[in-house]
Design a protein around this ligand. Structure first.
Ligand code: HEC
Ligand code: HEC
Length: 210
């Protein structure tokens, strides 16, 4: 019995771990190859700027969005960006606009778009100081082990630092409520205990980080 429980726990954490790593693909391999090749990276960033001509309507020319509900893409981790583009394309992540728009991008353009936005500078927003202090404590308790000390994530995990406050608030609430718009077991577990006002505090903390 004990062995079965241990085996089950092992399987569960293995599948949870798989959720924090972008789905392997030829596009992810090409993106990775760019990081070791400055000339090819420069060319991809330039091509990415052209390919994002239409995206700029909502996400801004340089990836700083024009509306609070639309996420900033500037400085976001490229592998995470590419993975989210894949998820919109497959319907695993739901958004009427994004699911339609992403279909116009060819595979190579997806890689270029991810490289472009990842190379744009982050622009933090102002936040309420009392909320920031409260959010900082909650972040240290519940989020830091995956998203990192500076909330900049890593290859597989989203940067949260400098993200738009309303977008953060909505997104965290969706994971907590398992609304089906975004499905991630790790995030549902991590946010399960949060009250609405705690989500507001964490979002205030994250939005002002560089
Ligand atoms: C009509 C407005 C609009 C346009 C145009 C648009 N987006 Fe989006 N995008 C959104 C919204 C809204 C979201 C957030 C959806 C959600 O709440 O999950 C989003 C989310 C994203 C995300 C996920 C970011 C994250 O932090 O998880 C990526 C990546 C993205 N868009 C890329 C693009 C690209 C590339 C284009 C151009 C081909 C584009 N978008 C065009 C509105 C837009
Ligand atoms: C066990 C690891 C883990 C922990 C702990 C964790 N996260 Fe996450 N987080 C992830 C992963 C993996 C994703 C990407 C999920 C996806 O693709 O939808 C993510 C995505 C997010 C996003 C979406 C970012 C975007 O740009 O759309 C937000 C916001 C977020 N996490 C906030 C938090 C907060 C706040 C906490 C603490 C309460 C937290 N996370 C704790 C692993 C974690």
């Amino acid at each position: 019995m004990r062995a079965i429980v241990v085996l089950f726990a092992g399987l569960l954490s293995a599948s949870a771990f798989a959720q924090s790593v972008p789905t392997p693909s030829a596009a992810q391999d090409r993106l990775k190859a760019l990081s070791g090749d400055p000339v090819a990276l420069r060319a991809a960033v330039d091509a990415g700027k052209k390919a994002t001509f239409f995206c700029a309507n909502c996400h801004g020319e340089d990836g700083i969005s024009k509306t609070p509900e639309v996420p900033n893409l500037a400085g976001q981790n490229p592998a995470y960006l590419l993975e989210q583009i894949r998820k919109f394309g497959s319907g695993e992540r739901k958004d009427a606009f994004m699911q339609g728009l992403i279909k116009v991008l060819k595979d190579e353009e997806r890689v270029q778009v991810a490289a472009y936005y990842a190379n744009m500078p982050v622009r933090p927003s102002a936040a309420d100081a009392a909320q920031v202090a409260k959010g900082k404590d909650l972040y240290a308790k519940l989020c830091v082990r995956c998203h990192g000390e500076q909330a900049r994530g890593n290859d597989a995990i989203a940067r949260l630092a400098g993200q738009k406050l309303p977008y953060l608030q909505t997104t965290i609430t969706r994971y907590r409520d398992k609304s089906g718009v975004r499905n991630n077991q790790l995030m549902s577990i991590a946010t399960a205990s949060l009250k609405n006002e705690e989500i507001v505090a964490i979002a205030n903390y994250l939005t002002q980080l560089p």
